[in-house]
Design a binder for this molecule. Structure first.
Ligand SMILES: Nc1nc2c(ncn2[C@@H]2O[C@H](COP(=O)(O)OP(=O)(O)OP(=O)(O)O)[C@@H](O)[C@H]2O)c(=O)[nH]1
Length: 311
């Protein structure tokens, strides 16, 4: 965990703390928003749908509030078994949070996917703030149209246009979300960015590196498991500690294994180098990363494999 000091609220009577869940169809800009709010990279983002498979929390620390963000996988109509599990995860999350942020990308018309989510949200009592995300990608005429479409889609406590990448109105989104949190002392120590187990963060870093440049070939069929992790014994003080991490990258087909490994292992080496740099930055220690690629046929449809992969 990063940091360990609880802040003393300047005015304990008005300090707010609680949970917000970020939902929206795949590619709606959820992870990018979470990263912008937290100010550091905690969830993986990509131009391909459904890369966020785990519920990742980022924590926004302010003088007057603490906002714990739950980044959810793309909520969508279940197609595979994995989809069903993801939707259960989303519904469980929605019932537990204080406020929901519903992302609707401005560069796309409100469609059946958004309507499906809006119907789901209507079943919860949790207040929902609708966000017109990626506002900078469209002109003001289209943005107004989009805001009207959003207004007509459901019953929102607020509607806010935002551009997470361009830094437009990110603070307004934080203010609005905080206004729906209960008065409460801080829930987490200051400086703690995420309460995800380190292993999940490590798996995400490897997954992100493995997808780099080949997302089109491997959009959905990659899962990463940290098999074992431990400090290497017998290191001298001058050498400093070294963390051994053994990771398996699961793909669905032999052809995908070849893509991940590359010619004579060249791609896998690059994946290892990139992921290791991220992990060392995350943990602040030297890392030896041992990567293996295995084929787990059709893991997305197999309940036993899904459990093993942590779903
Ligand atoms: N220009 C611009 N692009 C954005 C903005 N927000 C998101 N994007 C881009 O939109 C794409 C999808 O964003 P993500 O944050 O990965 O979307 P997501 O909703 O988390 O996607 P899933 O994990 O697939 O559900 C990425 O290529 C982002 O860079 C924004 O505010 N401005």
């Amino acid at each position: 965990m990063i940091g360990s000091t609880y802040i003393t609220p300047s005015d304990p009577g008005s300090y707010r703390a609680g949970f917000a869940s970020v939902v929206g169809r795949p590619n709606a800009g959820k992870s990018t928003l979470v990263n912008a709010l937290v100010g550091t990279k905690v969830a993986i983002t990509s131009g391909r749908p459904q890369t966020t498979r785990h519920t990742i929390r980022g924590i926004v620390h302010r003088d007057d509030a603490q906002l714990v963000l739950v980044d959810t996988p793309g909520l969508h109509r279940p197609r595979t078994l994995l989809g069903t599990r993801l939707n259960d995860l989303v519904m469980g999350t929605l019932a537990e949070v204080d406020v929901v942020a519903f992302c609707l990308p401005s560069d796309q018309k409100v469609g059946p996917g958004d309507e499906f989510i809006a119907r789901t949200l209507a079943e919860t009592r949790t207040p929902v703030v609708a966000l017109a995300t990626k506002a900078h990608l469209v002109d003001s005429k289209r943005l107004v149209e989009h805001l009207i479409e959003i207004e007509q889609l459901g019953d929102w406590v607020d509607i806010v246009p935002v551009s997470s990448l361009e830094g437009y109105q990110v603070d307004v989104v934080a203010d609005v979300l905080v206004s729906h949190l209960p008065v409460s002392p801080p829930l987490y120590p200051e400086g703690e960015l995420t309460d995800e187990p380190e292993q999940i963060m490590i798996a995400e870093l490897v997954r992100e590196a493995a997808l780099e440049g080949v997302r089109d070939e491997l959009p959905h069929s990659l899962a990463v498991v940290v098999e074992e992790m431990g400090e290497r014994p017998g290191r001298s003080a001058a050498q400093g500690p070294l963390l051994d991490i053994h990771v398996t990258v699961f793909v669905e087909r032999q052809s995908q294994k070849a893509i991940v490994i590359g010619a004579r292992g060249s791609r896998l080496r690059d994946v290892g180098t990139q992921a290791r740099a991220g992990i060392e930055a995350l943990l602040g220690t030297k890392v030896f990363l041992d990567l293996h690629v295995k084929v787990a046929k059709d893991w997305q449809r197999d309940p036993k494999q899904l459990r093993r992969l942590g779903f």
